[in-house]
Design a protein around this ligand. Sequence first.
Ligand SMILES: C=C(O[C@@H]1C=C(C(=O)O)C=C[C@H]1O)C(=O)O
Length: 277
Amino acid sequence: MPDTPSTPVSPDEITALRGEIDALDDALHDLLMRRSAVVGRLAGSRAKGVGSPLRPGREAAVLRRLLARHDGRLGRERIVRIWREIFMASSAIQGAVSVAVHAPAGETRLAQEHFGPIAPMRVHPTPARALAAVSAGEASVAVLPLPAEGEEAATAWWAWLDVPRLQVVARLPFMAATDGVGALVVAPVPPDPSGEDRSLVLVEAEARASRGRIAQGFEEAGFTMTSLLLARAADETLALAEVEGFLGAEDPRLAALPWPRRTILGAYSAPVPGDQP
Ligand SMILES: C=C(O[C@@H]1C=C(C(=O)O)C=C[C@H]1O)C(=O)O
């Protein structure tokens, strides 16, 4: 409910308040122009090398820092929305970003919220087609459904992701959602750490390995697991674990897993709490 002022505001006061807003808009606009000039220097410095301009981990770190200092009447979710637009405007300065989506459960909305309404977006009938568009350079990223329990190992996109050429770099939405819809972003570049991350590890376990046994394997190797899902095939069980932290290929815990085939599919920022209802 909007607040209703207890005393009426005089026309003079309204004019003064609007004048204050105009001055603030000018200041915001000046800052946005200055910010884009700095982004342009970063892009021109070659510090970022070639390839995708997107740094999902850096974006998450910026947002987390701002949310930690946030105060006042703007909702936290609004701050995320405003900065998503700023990030995408900055990315556009550094190179075009286009999105290939496979969206059986409303993932297109998540993709639009994350990459903005201006980024070219194409919906593909299968995850494989969306990934092929990224491989062919037709799209910068693919947005794919979250892995789900009980998927067929033969068709689950995450079971056949061509890592390290393609990797999971972000999880949508950035702010924890209550409707349960989520998506993963796959890019032809490695993820970058945000400071508070989770990684995806795929292992190939024995055909009849129990969930408890697999979870125990991860725990005994020293991982803190946040989720585990299984895809059964005739001759093996594929297990996808989401674990705490940004995992490097040299992490000794990987070598401590009791299965010879283990692959890091990528990493992303841990979801940030949303607005309190
Ligand atoms: C400016 C950069 O590039 C992009 C834009 C960002 C921004 O506007 O802050 C942050 C991360 C990148 O997606 C950067 O790498 O820092």
